[in-house]
Design a protein around this ligand. Structure first.
Ligand code: BYC
Length: 318
């Protein structure tokens, strides 16, 4: 009875657009849904550094290298804000990271594809960050306060990422025939995986209905995917590149682009760990965790030393 009332009060707060804060009562399933989504998002940011990190040493100019370095560092920062937001819900960061390392936590399917050429860095910024922004702008208005506030800053940085990618695509597509071919090849390989980032179709999405009712999500997977296609097609036209979809065409009646079917078998294979780079990505994260162990130990030892020093000073004063 009490639980039922609490649930009703909680839903009324959500319906009147109040933010839920860390110390507020919340249904356990709301808490768990947020921990799942925020931690998957944090893992995606951290694993998302790997495909692009692959090109830092080979960026074609100093300016490109500086921009790419800044972008990859931003992604590390996004991971940290998001792990902190998950911690406000009572999750332990070390547990979440362990789940990533032992392969039980999900992270975005998109980061299991290889970056074969410099044009892939352009395509990732343009398409992957473009898709990420489309999804994440709505998360600035998500019902959980600490997540919403983290997303405001993340979105500002994501829009710089999208621009740096699109600028690379402009340079390549207006360059030599060979450069234009590189840009087209990158678009061909990244287009469909980018559409998959939004998750399964609404009819197959097990979490969407509840997450919309709780205003954790403000738009469904299919609504966001459609908005992304509508925004991106004119950008491809400006570049003079062809989106690899024979069914893509403007639908006057709907006021949207129609697009072809997504290969959901490929999506689920990647999500289940059988994509081209899943093993490599997890191995890289495990190596980073092992190699960073001495840093964590040193930081903890230093913090302990400071704590003892402060305590000794206090006893001297007393
Ligand atoms: N990859 O019921 P659904 C970025 C899972 S951008 C892997 O629709 P939900 C970045 C889903 O987790 C990328 N798994 O779920 C960009 C669920 O499995 P579980 C990260 C996926 O949560 C550039 C199952 O499929 N963005 O970080 O309502 C550079 C059923 O799906 C995927 C975010 O995480 C996928 N693509 O909706 C660097 C944004 N799609 O958990 C970094 C926040 C679905 O039941 N997250 N699944 O085992 C969200 O908005 C939502 O979680 C999603 C999925 C729209 C992704």
């Amino acid at each position: 009875m009490i639980e039922k009332n609490l649930n009703q009060i909680f839903q009324a707060r959500i319906d009147s657009e109040e933010k839920i804060e860390a110390r507020d009562w919340m249904p356990e399933k709301y808490r768990q849904t947020l921990i799942r989504q925020i931690s998957q998002h944090a893992h995606s940011e951290v694993v998302g550094m790997l495909p692009e990190g692959n090109w830092i040493t080979r960026a074609p100019s100093l300016r490109r290298k500086v921009a790419l370095l800044a972008k990859v560092q931003d992604e590390a920062g996004h991971g940290l804000y998001l792990y902190s937001a998950a911690e406000t819900l009572g999750a332990k960061r070390s547990d979440l990271i362990q789940q990533l390392l032992d392969g039980t936590a999900k992270y975005s399917s998109i980061f299991n594809y290889p970056t074969l050429s410099w044009a892939d860095i352009g395509a990732i910024g343009w398409l992957v960050d473009g898709a990420a922004i489309m999804n994440q702008v709505m998360l600035c208005r998500t019902s959980y306060g600490p997540y919403a506030r983290a997303m405001v800053r993340i979105c500002k940085e994501e829009s710089f990422h999208q621009r740096q990618g699109y600028e690379i695509m402009i340079a390549l597509s207006k360059g030599s025939e060979e450069q234009k071919a590189m840009a087209q090849d990158a678009l061909n390989r990244w287009w469909w995986p980018s559409l998959m980032m939004f998750g399964p179709n609404d009819a197959e999405s097990k979490h969407t209905a509840q997450s919309m009712a709780w205003k954790i999500k403000r738009k469904t997977n299919d609504e966001l995917r459609q908005a992304f296609v509508d925004a991106t097609v004119p950008q491809a036209e400006y570049l003079g590149l062809t989106i690899p979809d024979a069914d893509l065409k403007w639908n006057e009646e709907r006021g949207h682009y129609d697009f072809g079917p997504i290969d959901w078998d490929e999506f689920w294979q990647v999500v289940k760990g059988y994509g081209q780079c899943n093993k490599e990505r997890i191995a890289a994260r495990r190596k980073a965790e092992e190699e960073g162990e001495w840093v964590r130990e040193a930081a903890l030892a230093y913090a302990e030393k400071q704590r003892i020093k402060k305590e000794n000073q206090k006893t001297k004063v007393a």
